[in-house]
Design a protein around this ligand. Structure first.
Ligand code: GTP
Ligand code: MG
Length: 206
């Protein structure tokens, strides 16, 4: 039996009546230097097929982008990655992965507009590649966590050592992760969400 338009719309109304709490939508950036695993992390986390803008790495990249440790990498993000993850009925995170090559810096301001927080991914073989992203978020007052993507063969440092090397304030969460692994990547996001909540409540309290 087919339902009438009125029945359908009243069913829809029941589903979305004003007493149903709307999930908060929050924009989060997955950022960091070239080839640290940003696209990989958005892909691991997203419950929808992620939008990717990958292009072949050109010869122009030779001598500019440091491919050490990711020699098998053939593509790079030229605009953004986009994905979505529902944390619970109250919170949906929209994930925006940044491009990593320096020539796309001009896109970062646009991507960061409206972002509540960011994950700065780092690779201990090329830690200096994270400085620009950290600087970017510090200057704009965007809260961020640093997540070290533990590639096989990369030197393993503790979060405290990484914090020191990057000269980060004590309150900024630093953790180790595997960007390919959903639960590890989700742990990074949950750490960021908790950090954002604590930061907001300490501001309200002060
Ligand atoms: N072994 C290992 N490989 C990884 C890991 N994360 C990413 N990769 C690989 O490393 C390469 C770089 O990953 P991407 O996700 O493209 O990195 P990206 O930061 O988006 O790169 P750009 O957009 O070019 O800046 C890819 O070949 C991935 O398959 C990891 O945790 N371990
Ligand atoms: Mg990418």
């Amino acid at each position: 039996m087919t339902s009438t338009y009125c029945e359908q719309s009243s069913m829809a109304f029941e589903k979305f009546d004003s007493s149903t709490p709307m999930a908060a939508s929050v924009k989060i950036l997955i950022a960091g230097g070239f080839g640290v695993g940003k696209t990989t992390m958005v892909g691991a986390l997203s419950e929808i097929t992620p939008l990717r803008t990958e292009e072949l790495i050109t010869e122009l990249s030779a001598g500019v982008d440091d491919l050490s440790g990711v020699e098998g990498k053939t593509t790079t993000t030229v605009a953004l990655d986009f994905g979505r993850i529902t944390i619970d009925q109250n919170l949906v995170l929209y994930l925006f992965g940044t491009p990593g090559q320096d020539r796309f810096w001009f896109l970062w301001d646009e991507l960061a507009r409206g972002a509540l927080g960011a994950v700065v991914l780092a690779d201990t073989r090329r830690l200096e590649g994270s400085f620009a992203a950290i600087d970017f978020f510090e200057k704009r007052g965007v809260a961020f966590t640093v997540a070290v993507n533990c590639f096989e063969g990369a030197p393993l440092y503790t979060p405290i050592e990484v914090r020191d090397a990057l000269d980060l304030d004590e309150h900024i969460p630093v953790l180790l992760c595997d960007a390919r692994d959903r639960s590890s990547a989700k742990n990074v996001l949950m750490t960021l969400v908790e950090y954002l909540i604590n930061r907001a409540s300490s501001r309200v309290g002060s």
